[in-house]
Design a protein. Sequence first.
Length: 448
Amino acid sequence: SAEHPPQAPRISVVGTGYLGATHAAAMAEMGFEVIGVDNDPAKAQALSEGRVPFFEPGLPELIRKHVKSGRLRFTTDIAEATAFSDVHFICVGTPQQRGSNAANLSYVEEATMQVVRNLTHDGLIVGKSTVPVGTGMRLRSIVAENVPAGIDAELIWNPEFLREGKAVDDTLTPDRIVVGGTSARSEALMREVYAKPIATGTPVIVCDLPTAELVKVSANAFLATKISFINAIAEVCEAAGADVTVLADALGHDVRIGRQFLNAGLGFGGGCLPKDIRALIYRSSELGATKAASLLQQVDEINMSQRQRVIDMAIEACGGSVLNRRIGVLGAAFKPLTDDVRDSPALNVAAALHLRGAQVVIYDPEANETAQRMFPTLTYAESVEEAATGADALLVLTEWKEFSAAKPEEIRSLVARPVVIDARNCLDAAAWRAAGWWFTGLGASPAP
Ligand code: NAD
């Protein structure tokens, strides 16, 4: 391409889920020729046709742009990818193991092995998945044991910090680039691959392999701690008659603290934070580093207790039992701007109320379909109005803008009882009370 000399490195991205599909599209946007590999044929096929099998703003446009430009294609064939490219990003999942806090590393191990065994020329393998510290070192022995004779393969780590919902921007203009375990040659190659963001000022942190792995999980652990911290303070606020939202705004003006991740409420979920802190609890215990383990154990417990708290509030709001009560649930995604329902607090609460005999009707602007796949027995509505109609209580469990923009007077005319629980502190409490609602948030003083 015009932006790169003809010998520009060609790139493969192994695993094209939320992380990999975004990374592949961003690399094409930066001017490289990219091939994405996924062992799920339906996913590879959909992406090849420019369809993204999940909701991520801006991503379908970017993928279509570069499938069309010819710089981006997708396959299920790892050998095709290794023959084509020089830099291989490993972007497969590292979910929580069943019945343990530990991360399941089988996908990362398998993908690395497949890349290495299929190398036809020298290659750089770049781990991007979030892994427990020490994984890279283990993978290096897998590389050494499987690399074909006469071929040189190096493995480094380059963790990813993108946020779902803002994944495209985060990938094109990251806050920082961390590369761990590099040689002079692979560091130069990484600087070439990330030349565009580096040129616009993105800092590069070059470090050893374990530091690179640990930066990522520490970032997530810190964010999780911030959320559980404010939820702990919210409990004090409630007991003392203070308002946690005003408090968080005041705290947030201190640049050492910052306002983000200080929203009290139902707590964090999703495919990353919960499993990443649990993997860190497990790994730090394994290493005998008990302080991190006990701190994060508390963070996890506080977070999970928020879900129970909201379930209890709903039961109380329905007079002690939700049996045969109709409950309108606004939100299913674990946060706004995504359709991801992995470990979603909203769906957890909805399912728990359903188990207690409530008729739960859920509406989410993007996640109805993914939620329905996980909980087919719950009822799904097409709008806020439909979810609210006939409700004995209305629960706001994900802070979509559409919900905070809803008109309390209009919704009031649809429900059976004007009871609303704002588990994300995202509604204008005064406006809802003025419209005749019995309103409760989390960590706020009771109605005046
Ligand atoms: P995901 O489940 O959406 O995607 C993983 C993909 O890998 C799937 O499409 C799966 O089919 C594919 N796959 C598995 N084994 C494969 C193999 N051997 N060959 C080819 N493809 C294979 O997961 P995700 O959310 O994209 O997360 C991937 C990693 O990135 C995880 O370690 C996660 O912690 C990390 N991460 C995720 C985010 C995020 O916001 N989702 C952000 C930063 C880091």
